[in-house]
Write a protein that binds this ligand. Structure first.
Ligand code: CDP
Ligand code: CDP
Length: 307
């Protein structure tokens, strides 16, 4: 009798433990060098799992835009002013799972990537923060320890707000608790921001594959802009303004070098990260394999074993 009661108690506490584990919020950290696919992958994984999404790089890009707009060209001397500006500013990341755009790259296959809008002090700066002048300065801005501390507060607050909550759904084995969570991508998410993240991914690809993907993205945005605007289509903007694959490769290489070699939170592979080199992978393969890795760790059924 005592033995039966003990067994029942153990089963009940095991059920409780499983429930607690499932109900706990789940964080996925995706780090890697520039243009390795972090942001598109993170958005598609968040959509697949019903999680929230935070693009941490966009916060550093907003800080860089603040520096440019306030003529702080030298971050080493202007850091105090810049930190003050960051502390007085609001950054919002609007993840829009229902508004998906087809990823511009053909090799992404049929998967769609949800749209994200970045608001700096309520102004939509999503396009402006991707401009070449921001690309050139952002790694320098992000290398300052004080700037990183100011950005850290914004990052954690945004992640808390974006995180989705666990839900109960009816499955074939009864009601199952499906965890909520958040996906965040950047350079130091798995090492510094969320060192206890339940799943850490380090995405990588060859330097040339990354440069070609960025070039492809720029070209398809240019084509879309030309289709929408007859003045552009007539050739008002010389294609020479657009960087070549070699220019892009050089810019990515310089930024990676700065991100890997800086003193504060450099780009590193977290020791418990799963490293995925996607040079020869399709976008679909990488998204579905990360989503299934997350499902494994949440104790849920895998969905894409056919890949
Ligand atoms: O999209 P891409 O990989 O080109 O860059 P991003 O993710 O928008 O990040 C822009 C820059 O912000 C990086 O090159 C880093 O210098 C910095 N960054 C960082 O230091 N830490 C992060 N967690 C995210 C970005
Ligand atoms: O955020 P990060 O700078 O690391 O990369 P991204 O902005 O997501 O851009 C990567 C580009 O490569 C996107 O256009 C993706 O659709 C594309 N791509 C990929 O991420 N993975 C593949 N296996 C193939 C293409």
């Amino acid at each position: 009798m005592l033995c039966l009661r003990a067994t029942l108690c153990r089963r009940a506490s095991q059920r409780l433990l499983v429930h607690r584990r499932l109900a706990r919020d789940f964080t996925i950290a995706i780090d890697g060098p520039a243009a390795s696919g972090k942001s598109s992958t993170a958005r598609a994984v968040a959509l697949e799992l019903g999680f929230g999404y935070i693009d941490s790089g966009s916060i550093y890009r907003c800080a860089t835009l603040l520096a440019l707009r306030n003529n702080i060209a030298d971050v080493s001397t202007g850091a105090t002013d810049l930190i003050d500006l960051i502390n007085k500013s609001s950054v919002n990341i609007k993840f829009q799972p229902s508004s998906t755009r087809s990823a511009p790259n053909l090799i992404t296959g049929r998967l769609s990537v949800p749209d994200v809008r970045i608001l700096l002090n309520e102004e939509d700066v999503s396009e402006e923060i991707r401009k070449p002048e921001v690309n050139r300065l952002v790694a320098k801005v992000a290398s300052d320890g004080g700037v990183r501390t100011a950005v850290l507060g914004i990052q954690r607050a945004l992640a808390g707000a974006a995180e989705t909550r666990s839900t109960s759904v009816a499955g074939k084995d009864g009601v199952v608790s499906v965890p909520g969570g958040v996906v965040m991508d950047g350079r130091d998410i798995g090492t510094t921001i969320f060192p206890n993240a339940e799943l850490k991914i380090y995405l990588d690809a060859s330097a040339m594959a990354r440069a070609i993907r960025r070039w492809d993205e720029m070209n398809s945005s240019l084509k879309q802009a030309r289709a929408a605007d007859p003045a552009l289509a007539a050739g008002d903007k010389a294609p020479a303004e657009y960087p070549s694959v070699e220019d892009i490769a050089r810019e990515l290489e310089e930024r990676d070098y700065a991100d890997i070699n800086r003193e504060h939170s450099p780009l590193r592979i977290a020791k418990d990260a799963v490293v995925i080199d996607n040079t020869a992978m399709t976008f679909e393969q990488q998204v579905y394999s990360i989503a299934d890795l997350a499902r494994d760790r949440m104790g849920l059924e895998r969905k894409h074993d056919d890949l």
